[in-house]
Ligand binder design. Structure first.
Ligand SMILES: *Cc1c(COP(=O)(O)O)cnc(C)c1O
Length: 449
């Protein structure tokens, strides 16, 4: 039976199959691509030759009726699965009651409840406060504002390969020029960069890498000037780089000893994605502030800064906010999503996905030296592709393998400073058979190149 896109409803009841009924792009998608080129700014790129009609479980169905395996989750956002029924019901209910008041004018319970839940779910038993925003970049900006007010210092340190967003301050924190920063300067002042622990390339232990980073920070910035260190516990866009054990803990301890705010940017790693509620739990680190977004609300735009009450409350009344921050519809979605993260067995599911993916990818690595490393945690797993003789990053091969997977109906994303990392971010609702099929398509494409 051919399913016409018009009658499709998304969510987990969509047929869980890879099914191509046209070449990609299909004719309706091609029409939309032409309209996009004429109407949408060129700077906004679209990776896949696909325009979505419905999505759920582990598939995205396009406007031509092609059903693709989703190994990207819209960049780690639909962790729960697209159009999750509980999220959809919570959104429908809230939309029918009220859609906006502006929390800074008249409050509502959903905002307060999201804050209470985040205060409870994030690492550490200390007294916490939360503020809500619209996007990850906005949360990062606000975390820096808060750290500066609380410490009365200005400098901020970010790391090599870091990604923190596309606004002016967050571009400044982001490491990679192309495509995120190139031509968009001048950038914000008082932002400094330190070396990241990258075990595959630097060969250093966590404490050794931390020592090098802290020496550089002490010499080039000085703790007396430093408000905050911001770091992704596992780097996302930068290449799914998992720092060596002990790196994060040493940085965090140094921050505590030196009156510097330690900010964990868990926008990509948060909410069960890595097989823990938050990735810094793997390293036993309790951040002072934590930024969240992406997976928090089942696909609706919401972001948060959560952290120590004495730091969060250092800001004067009225100093934080925004028209839409903590929108009631997004909060309703987040409460449904947080229920699932807490009680839905998703941490366990992320670990199962890790087992399946790592087993297959490690077997492939043993047979193919172009896979330099298999790394990541939970449902955040990557392979780094290299020239086997020199170890040099192979971005060309990476792009070709991604393109081959796309043509066969598998949504996969690349990342990495050197563009040579294929990253897997499947929704946790993906059935095993689709995960395995997606990996098989990916690896067959690699074998052909
Ligand atoms: C995506 C991302 C951001 C930016 O979030 P937006 O919602 O796109 O503004 C910041 N930090 C990390 C680690 C991210 O992955």
């Amino acid at each position: 039976m051919t399913v016409t896109p018009e009658i499709l409803t998304g969510g987990p009841t969509l047929p869980q199959e890879r099914r191509l009924v046209t070449a990609l792009p299909g004719p309706r998608t091609a029409e939309l691509q032409a309209r996009k080129s004429a109407a949408v700014a060129t700077g906004v790129g679209v990776t896949m030759p696909v325009y979505a009609a419905a999505a759920g479980g582990g598939v995205v169905v396009d406007v031509d009726g092609n059903s693709l395996i989703d190994l990207g989750s819209g960049i780690a956002v639909t962790t729960l699965g697209n159009a999750d029924p509980a999220v959809a019901a919570a959104v429908a209910d809230q939309v029918a009651r009220f859609t906006h008041t502006c929390f800074m004018i008249t409050g509502y319970e959903g905002y307060v409840e999201v804050a209470e839940r985040l205060n409870r779910l994030t690492p550490g038993e200390h007294d916490k406060r939360t503020a809500l925003f619209n996007s990850g970049a906005e949360a990062v900006e606000n975390a820096i504002k808060i750290a500066r007010v609380a410490t009365k210092k200005q400098a901020v340190v970010a790391f090599d390969h870091a990604y923190h967003g596309r606004t002016n301050l967050t571009m400044s924190l982001t490491a990679k020029s192309m495509p995120y920063k190139s031509g968009f300067g001048p950038f914000a002042g008082e932002v400094y960069r330190a070396p990241m622990s990258y075990p595959y390339r630097d060969g250093l232990s966590g404490p050794e890498a931390a020592k090098a980073a802290l020496l550089q920070i002490e010499k080039q910035v000085g703790a007396d000037n430093l408000a905050a260190i911001i770091i992704e516990p596992i780097q996302g866009e930068g290449g799914f780089i998992v720092p060596a054990p002990g790196f994060l803990a040493e940085l965090s301890a140094w921050c505590t000893a030196n009156g510097v705010v330690f900010i964990a940017d868990e926008i990509q790693t948060g909410f069960a994605r890595t097989g823990a509620m938050f990735a810094c739990e793997h390293d036993g680190v309790v951040p002072d502030l934590i930024t969240t977004a992406k997976g928090i609300a089942g696909g609706l735009p919401l972001a948060a800064v959560t952290g120590r009450a004495e730091i969060m409350d250092a800001t004067h009344v009225g100093g934080l906010g925004g028209t839409y921050g903590g929108n009631p519809v997004a909060c309703a979605a987040a409460l449904a999503a947080l229920d699932a993260f807490e009680h839905g067995g998703l941490i366990e599911r992320a670990r199962q996905i890790e087992t399946i993916a790592v087993e297959r990818l490690t077997a492939a690595k043993a047979a193919d030296p172009r896979i330099g490393e298999v790394r990541g945690r939970g449902a955040m797993i990557a392979i780094e592709l290299v020239d086997p003789t020199t170890g040099e990053p192979d971005a060309k091969l990476t792009a070709a393998v991604a393109k081959a997977a796309h043509a066969e109906g598998v949504i996969i994303l690349t990342c990495g400073t050197y563009g040579n990392v294929i990253r897997l971010l499947p929704p946790l609702s993906i059935p095993d058979h689709l995960l395995v099929e997606g990996l098989d398509v990916l690896l067959a494409g690699l074998a052909r190149h």
